[in-house]
Design a protein around this ligand. Structure first.
Ligand SMILES: Nc1ncnc2c1ncn2[C@@H]1O[C@H](COP(=O)(O)OP(=O)(O)O)[C@@H](O)[C@H]1O
Ligand SMILES: [Mg+2]
Length: 242
C-alpha cells in the first residue's frame, strides 16, 4: 500500500512543528527519516497513526484519504508502552487478542521469541526485563500486526550493536519478502543507509524535508555498509547545516 502525505500541518500551542509537509512512500518501499532531535519526527508518526489530529493537509493510502486511526498501520511509538501488568507473551499477543485470534497469535509469537532474543521471557513482566529486551518485545508486538504499513519510531535505539544488527536484518526481510511499506525514524545514519530505499533528512521544526537520498544497492552486506563513508559524511553534513 502506498502512503502519501499532502501539505500536512501540525503545531503544538506555541510551536509550529509540521508545515506543509508532503512526501510519499511507495508500496514495498523502505523510507527512513533522519533529523535533529526535536524536529518533529515523533509528532509526524503520531499524526500518521491518528493519535494527533492534523491541523491541515491530508494522509492518503492508495490515493484514499484516511481520517484518524487506520487499521493498516502498525505503529511502534518511541516509548515501548508495554503494559506493566501483562506478561511479555500477553503484551506481544495483544493485537491477536483484540482480533479474537489469541491462540494463533501465541503460536506465531512463540515461533519468533527465540529470534527476538526473548526465549524464556514469555512469562516475565516488563519490569523484570532490561530496556533492550522491552524494546525487542515492543518490536515483536508491532511485527505481529497484520498491517501493510509500518511506522517505527527509533525501534532499535536501546539495543546493543549485535542485537540491533539482527533486528535490522529481520526488518529488511519483512520489507523485502512481504512487501510491507515501512517508514522508519532513526538517529542512526548507518541504520538508515543499510535499510532504506530512500532517506529523508528533516531540518529544524517546521522546515520539513531538507534533502532526500536514494540508495539503490540491491546486494547489501555489512561490508558494503562500511564502504559507504562518502554517503555517511554527506548525510552528516546536511543534518549539521544550519
Ligand atoms: N506534547 C507536546 N506539547 C508541546 N510541545 C511538544 C509536545 N511534544 C513535542 N513537543 C515539541 O515539539 C517538537 C517536536 O517534538 P518531537 O516530534 O518529539 O521531535 P523528534 O521526535 O524529532 O525528536 C519539540 O520541540 C518538542 O519539544
Ligand atoms: Mg522522537
Amino acid at each position: 500500500m502506498k502512503l502519501s502525505v499532502n501539505d500536512l500541518n501540525f503545531s503544538y500551542a506555541d510551536k509550529n512543528v509540521l508545515k506543509d509537509l508532503s512526501f510519499a512512500v511507495e508500496e514495498g518501499e523502505f523510507v527512513s527519516i533522519l533529523g535533529p532531535s526535536g524536529c518533529g519526527k515523533s509528532t509526524l508518526l503520531n499524526v500518521l497513526a491518528g493519535i494527533l489530529r492534523p491541523q491541515g493537509g491530508r494522509i492518503l493510502i492508495d490515493g484514499i484519504a484516511v481520517n484518524g486511526m487506520y487499521s493498516q498501520f502498525a505503529y511502534m511509538p518511541q516509548n515501548d508502552l508495554l503494559f506493566p501488568w501483562r506478561t511479555i507473551l500477553d503484551n506481544v499477543c495483544l493485537y491477536g487478542e483484540i482480533h479474537h485470534q489469541k491462540e494463533e497469535a501465541r503460536r506465531r509469537a512463540q515461533e519468533q521469541m527465540d529470534r527476538f532474543g526473548l526465549a524464556g521471557c514469555g512469562d516475565k513482566y516488563p519490569g523484570e526485563l532490561s530496556g533492550g529486551m522491552r524494546q525487542r518485545a515492543a518490536f515483536l508486538r508491532t511485527a505481529l500486526c497484520d498491517a501493510q504499513i509500518y511506522l517505527l519510531d527509533e525501534p532499535f535505539g536501546a539495543l546493543d550493536v549485535i542485537t540491533r544488527g539482527d533486528m535490522q536484518d529481520w526488518l529488511r526481510e519483512l520489507c523485502g519478502n512481504l512487501k510491507k511499506t515501512i517508514l522508519l525514524v532513526t538517529h542512526d545514519t548507518d541504520e538508515a543507509i543499510y535499510l532504506s530505499d530512500r532517506i529523508l533528512i528533516f531540518g529544524a521544526p517546521g522546515e520539513g524535508i531538507r534533502r532526500e537520498f536514494t540508495v539503490t544497492e540491491q546486494n547489501r552486506t555489512r561490508e558494503w555498509l562500511y564502504e559507504q563513508g562518502a554517503l555517511r559524511a554527506e548525510i552528516y553534513r546536511v543534518i549539521k547545516a544550519q
